[in-house]
Design a protein around this ligand. Structure first.
Ligand code: ATP
Length: 251
């Protein structure tokens, strides 16, 4: 059984059917990319999985438990943490206070919070350097790190990330993507919504392409990156420039 199993989700905003039967899976140790144009339903998929929107039908199963009707905080406790689009750190609180709020559900276990904070500082040394600084004074990239760090405070099994690279300079995008890889290596699976399809497919193991609330393509990241439809719609139509084979450079 997959760590996260989403089956036939239908989610509405009033009469608008934003999700028309979305199914996807995230296995232990995987990075899964969710791609699609603006308005395709990527954010709604994450929000429905994490209990912020209600599905009208379909199911979400996390570690074998049906969480379709669970409350958002129960879902966090069961092991799924969500970093929403646009970061939303508490600007008037310090970095450390923001992290502590991420572990609010562990508030009666101060030792556990401290351990988690140290683990998060291990992934983000920059946050440790800036721990006493007000979050509002951090750069955009640092605020994204803080938003991810805050979600990592609960030691999630699955981390759902909504557009972590949005609005960041290319060098920071690379940093955020390498942090995502490190988080995976430390045992957290990732469901990644990204506009930056090229980078997302380089990082991901598998991917799904959403169009108007439906999954229209799903495959390994490598196959998706070579698919002409994905290229035309999301990769600017350019063929990927292949690095020379190692054998060639050695000979
Ligand atoms: P983006 O990349 O622009 O965030 P997305 O793929 O995440 O796009 P969603 O935000 O999930 O797409 O939106 C899916 C559909 O639901 C769109 O048609 C959108 O207009 C609609 N929608 C999203 N949020 C609301 C809302 N709060 N009320 C009404 N309609 C909404």
């Amino acid at each position: 059984m997959a760590l996260l199993e989403v089956r036939g989700l239908h989610t509405f905003y009033g009469n608008i059917e934003a999700l028309k039967g979305v199914s996807l899976e995230v296995e232990e140790g995987e990075i899964v990319a969710l791609l699609g144009a603006n308005g395709a339903g990527k954010t709604t998929t994450l929000r429905t999985i994490s209990g912020l929107e209600r599905a009208r039908s379909g199911s979400v199963t996390l570690r074998g438990k049906d969480i379709t009707r669970a409350r958002a905080h129960e879902i966090v406790l069961l092991g799924l943490s969500h970093v929403p689009e646009g970061r939303r750190v508490f600007a008037n609180l310090t970095v450390e206070e923001n992290l502590n709020l991420g572990a609010y559900l562990f508030r009666r276990q101060p030792k556990r919070i401290e351990e988690r904070r140290e683990a998060v500082y291990g992934i983000f040394p920059r946050l440790h350097e800036r721990r006493s600084q007000l979050a509002g004074t951090l750069s955009g990239g640092e605020q994204q790190m803080l938003a991810i760090g805050r979600a990592m405070m609960v030691e999630p099994k699955v981390l759902a990330l909504d557009e972590p690279s949005m609005g960041l300079a290319p060098i920071l995008v690379r940093q955020i993507f390498s942090i995502i890889e490190e988080i995976r290596q430390r045992g957290t699976a990732i469901l990644l919504v990204e506009q930056n399809a090229r980078q997302a497919l380089r990082l991901a193991d598998r991917g799904y392409v959403l169009e108007t609330g439906q999954v229209v393509l799903q495959d390994t990241a490598q196959v998706l990156a070579e698919d002409p439809r994905v290229r035309a719609a999301y990769l600017g139509g350019e063929p990927e420039v292949k690095a020379p084979q190692e054998a060639d450079t050695q000979s």
